[in-house]
Design a protein around this ligand. Structure first.
Ligand code: 13P
Length: 250
């Protein structure tokens, strides 16, 4: 429904010195891509990543940003700093940031709004824990995450947001959600967006699946009508594996 986007989330992996060559490798390996291809890298690697992506179809994303424009926020990075480097996307609200760095639905909302105001494309992450899934509250939780993240955002801006549904129990565990489980939640997310906005806005939003997505399971996940791409952790660190996922997004 939305535009197909396959994005790698490198997390805290790869050195700045190996980044330019690796992004070039990704560009070469995905030369026939029929979808948008994105590498999201640590802040320190972004300048090299942009250099590697120059003149190719690959776009570069950051893994976080701060919601203020500038000022006394030691250790933080602003939207303008990312834009100045040539960054196009920014991951917001990844479960690892919610879990380890006290990211809340409120800060996620502020960051999504700042990204949109500045012209960065947010990749907004939502997802439930195993405990929440087993308690049967997956959709309640995700509905709250989506409603809070989109608070104060117009329909025009909402259509630009990429949502990544990442069940926490599937991240880095090798335990992928079945295509049916992923489709059920991604379809429900589109329903929440239709309720908040309208059908055409809901259809315009790219909804990715993330969580142990790999060369072997990508094709099945990507055939589902409400799954418009993937946010890839481990498998984005090897260009051949990542390229197979991009290949599956036809
Ligand atoms: P893995 O693909 O390593 O499970 O990570 C998924 C993820 O968290 C992407 O943001």
């Amino acid at each position: 429904m939305g535009k197909y986007i396959i994005a790698g989330n490198w997390k805290m992996n790869k050195l700045p010195s190996e980044t330019c060559a690796y992004v070039k490798e990704v560009a070469a390996a995905t030369a026939g891509a029929q979808c948008e291809v994105v590498c999201c890298t640590p802040f320190t690697n972004l300048a090299e990543a942009v250099k590697g992506a120059q003149g190719t179809h690959v776009s570069i994303g950051a893994e976080n940003l701060h919601f203020e424009d500038k000022g006394a926020y030691t250790g933080e990075v602003s939207a303008d700093m990312l834009l100045d480097l040539g960054v196009k996307y920014v991951i917001i609200g990844h479960s690892e940031r919610r879990q380890y760095f006290a990211e809340t639905d409120e800060t996620v909302n502020l960051k999504v709004r700042k990204a949109l105001e500045k012209g960065l494309i947010p990749i907004l992450c939502v997802g439930e824990s195993l405990e929440q899934r087993e308690a049967g509250i997956t959709m309640d939780l995700i509905t709250i995450q989506i409603k809070k993240a989109f608070a104060g955002i117009s329909a025009d801006d909402a259509a630009k947001v990429v949502i990544a549904y990442e069940p926490i129990w599937a991240i880095g565990t090798g335990k992928t959600a079945t295509a049916e489980q992923a489709e059920e939640v991604c379809g429900a997310i589109r329903g929440v967006l239709a309720g908040l906005y309208d059908e055409s806005t809901a259809k315009a939003v790219t909804i990715q699946y993330g969580g142990s997505m790999n060369a072997g399971n990508a094709a099945e996940l990507l055939t589902k009508p409400n799954i418009d791409g993937g946010l890839i952790g481990g498998a984005s660190l090897k260009s051949a594996d990542f390229a197979k996922i991009v290949e599956a997004a036809k």
